[in-house]
Design a protein around this ligand. Structure first.
Ligand code: ADP
Length: 173
């Protein structure tokens, strides 16, 4: 699998699947979630509502992932995953790793070959970027998948630099 780092807006990525840093309600929010729904249009929210009604009445659990259409985005699917809120007193990195693993599993089920990830949990959910990058890169590298290309789309130059350094330091898969 090829791993690429890109600085930019995840909603503009021409990939098979874009991963959304969703919240468990699946009804939209700020950050990546807000941008995806704004640019992707109402079709995504409609499908999220249907998923809530049929399978996730109590919300999508943290660390799990589920796919919908991508509406008007250039992608074919959006894979919604719920990252953990960072905690100083409890190690929740296994839940963060689960977001990447489960998203890749859903991507495999869909037959997606190119997948774009944001830096899950590093915004409103407060995860430090350097640790978030390490978890993201080691999990994606360590997960067996038929996805051929994973793009990490980092919103700003600082996040890009942190991922670049972590990629250089990561042990080979
Ligand atoms: P979370 O609630 O999981 O922390 P956020 O959406 O608040 O999710 O933020 C996750 C990361 O995505 C942050 O580093 C944030 O700067 C970044 N981000 C926000 N909007 C975009 C976007 N349109 N494209 C790519 N990354 C984004």
């Amino acid at each position: 699998m090829e791993i690429k780092l890109i600085q930019g807006d995840i909603t503009g990525q021409d990939v098979d699947a874009v991963v959304n840093a969703a919240n468990s309600s699946l009804l939209g929010g700020g950050g990546v979630d807000g941008a995806i729904h704004r640019r992707g249009g109402p079709e995504i929210l409609e499908e999220c509502r249907a998923l809530r009604a049929s399978r996730y009445g109590r919300g999508l659990p943290t660390g799990q992932a589920v796919a919908t259409t991508a509406g008007r985005l250039p992608a074919r699917w959006v894979i919604h995953t719920v990252g953990p809120v960072h905690s100083a007193s409890e190690d929740r990195s296994e839940l963060l790793a689960s977001c990447y693993r489960e998203s890749l599993r859903v991507a495999d089920e869909l037959g997606a070959e190119t997948v774009a990830f944001p830096a899950i949990s590093t915004g409103v959910y407060g995860w430090p970027m350097d640790d978030g990058a390490r978890v993201a890169l080691s999990t994606v590298r360590g997960t067996p998948t038929s996805v051929a290309e994973v793009r990490f789309v980092l919103f700003d130059a600082a996040a890009y630099a942190v991922f670049e350094r972590a990629l250089g330091e990561a042990p080979p898969a």
